[in-house]
Design a protein around this ligand. Structure first.
Ligand SMILES: CC(C)(COP(=O)(O)OP(=O)(O)OC[C@H]1O[C@@H](n2cnc3c(N)ncnc32)[C@H](O)[C@@H]1OP(=O)(O)O)[C@@H](O)C(=O)NCCC(=O)NCCS
Length: 229
């Protein structure tokens, strides 16, 4: 668990990059409601068209910030300038559409945007989720995680809301790493926090996601790395 998580005191719209296992890269940035010209200029025409159609200003900034963050992460892993000029549009399920050679994922919460990028030669899929630790109802905890998962979180002696948010963020990150097939429900993913892994079955095959869990004050950032498709 890291102590610092989100970029504070850093100019907004400037990605902060962190190398991740598997040759991946994590980019985090802080966005403002007004999108500066330099940020808008980093987008492809198609991305600008999508952004312009988003009515809510914070959501528009998150969409733009997500593209900037993901491209910064991919650039840090060696993606070519030509590849980075291609738009990152949304697929049928809302997932970011990337070249087959890239893996990547985006999350945003409030004014923070995070993205993880990498090469498909090293990872089969990447997912990321950013959550603020907030009050959790017992009903929500029961929906997100099973008794064993919640018991393990209690053994780690972390507050209930931190443990449950961690389990929730992990499952959302895994969901994104496989681009969210409708068959993947909360109870289909088993999280082992002590080993930082999540296991699930998809299309009849068992899969494992390796987790990177960062907690700082009220923020939780979880990255899931799938090693086999
Ligand atoms: C898709 C989902 C994970 C997005 O989570 P969220 O908290 O709404 O939003 P986040 O800020 O974390 O992430 C948003 C980004 O996720 C990405 N995303 C959206 N849908 C996605 C999908 N199906 N697969 C991968 N990435 C996806 C997008 O890049 C999006 O940002 P953008 O629209 O600006 O490009 C969530 O809406 C969802 O449907 N979860 C499934 C619920 C569920 O049953 N979960 C069980 C998991 S086991």
């Amino acid at each position: 668990m890291a102590t610092s998580l989100l970029p504070s005191g850093r100019p907004p719209w400037l990605p902060e990059l962190t190398p991740m296992p598997g040759g991946c890269s994590l980019a985090i940035l802080r966005v403002t409601a007004a999108i500066p010209v330099e940020a808008a200029e980093q987008l492809a025409v198609e991305e600008r068209t999508v952004a312009a159609a988003i009515v809510e200003t914070r959501r528009r900034a998150q969409f733009v910030g997500g593209r900037i963050a993901l491209k910064a992460a991919l650039r840090a892993t060696g993606a070519s300038p030509e590849a980075l000029q291609e738009p990152i549009l949304r697929g049928a399920r809302g997932e970011p559409l990337l070249r087959d050679t890239f893996a990547g994922s985006i999350a945003h919460k409030g004014r923070f945007v995070a993205a993880v990028g990498g090469s498909r030669t090293n990872v089969a899929g990447l997912g990321i989720d950013l959550e603020r630790v907030e009050r959790i109802t017992p009903a929500f905890a029961a929906r997100v995680a099973n008794d064993d998962e919640r018991a393990e979180a209690r053994r780690l002696r972390i507050p209930m809301e931190v443990g449950t948010t961690c389990l929730f963020a992990t499952k959302e990150a895994v969901y994104k790493a496989v681009s969210g097939p409708p068959t993947l429900e909360f109870d289909a993913i088993r999280v082992c926090l002590t080993q930082s892994i999540a296991r699930f079955t998809l299309d009849g095959a068992s899969r494992t996601a390796q987790l990177d869990i960062r907690l700082s004050e009220e923020w939780l950032l979880v990255t899931a790395r799938l090693l086999t498709a």
